[in-house]
Design a protein around this ligand. Sequence first.
Ligand code: SF4
Length: 372
Amino acid sequence: GEDFVVTPWEVRGKVDYEKLLRQFGAKPLTAEEVALLEKYAGDVHPLIKRGFFYAHRDFDFILKWHGEGRPWALYTGRGPSGPVHIGHMVPWILLKWFSDKFGVEVYFQMTDDEKFFDDPEMKLEEATGWAYENALDVIALGFGPDKLHLIVDTKDIAPLYPIAVRVAKKLTWNTVKATFGFTDSSNIGLIFYPSLQIAVAFLPTELKKEPTPVLIPCAIDQDPYFRLARDIADSLSYPKPTTLYSKFIMALTGESKMSASNPDSAIYTMDDDKTVKHKILNAFTGGRPTAEEQRKYGGNPDICPVFHYHMLFDPDDASVEKIRQDCKSGALLCGECKLKLHEKISKFLKEHRERREKARGKVDEYRLSVKL
Ligand code: SF4
């Protein structure tokens, strides 16, 4: 039977990332592709170098396309159902890196409609409110309005809708049912919604009036959308979207993915420093039950969320490698390791929150339909 389940709405069990690739039909990222990236970008982002982004569809194609001097764009999104945690920020950090290195524009979809359709308790104004609030975290990464185009679905539908209806006509109920696991009691908003998420992949081509494929850095659970997008792209005369997939961010509790229902499993960008420290100090670790055993046998960084966050947020390869070695040898105890992590996260969040507040009131300047 199934030992794990991954859909855009659910991650259950211990994820076997290689098996998932075979299930989905995406490709592992190879040394050749990473070398090609280095050729054009000058270096390779740590999130790719460390294997956190580990798979793709046609990443090599978009790099070669770039090499020919042809236009492309970046696309990602967020389901705005609550506050942003630092795990959400990870693919956005890579997005910013790509945008800077290659000078390309970013289309960022806030799917307030989807969150409204999906959660029986969610009010529409609430989801739209979260879209604005979450947009602050995206803008805080340092994007200018010339590079970041926000699409709040319920506000910026005009440029998207003609594409979405063409997409919707290509997707049958059978296909979306099989791809997303919809049932007869799924509301029809949710059933139509994939056409909107797919439409953004084709939007830059419409706006630029020439083939402008997108690169989508996101977590692997979003693959079903872009698999469908790629299947129908040709028949609509759009270039196929390309993707770069990450693994999931480990929960502080040690599970494969963070859950919105347990606030202690994640660090939110708006958590105050005391809360951040408390959460880190209480995190699950790969350590031994006693300091004595830890010194003697060492810990296990591979299953340790504290190590996972060092890996995600410390730009210095040597520093991360030293933590790994010192953990395994028993030279580093979990208490000290957690304090080191708190220092890094705390610094990151302090700067982030300042930039985030500066963005307040400016979200509309970034909205695509306001600029068009
Ligand atoms: Fe995790 Fe650090 Fe403890 Fe090793 S020393 S198990 S990396 S918290």
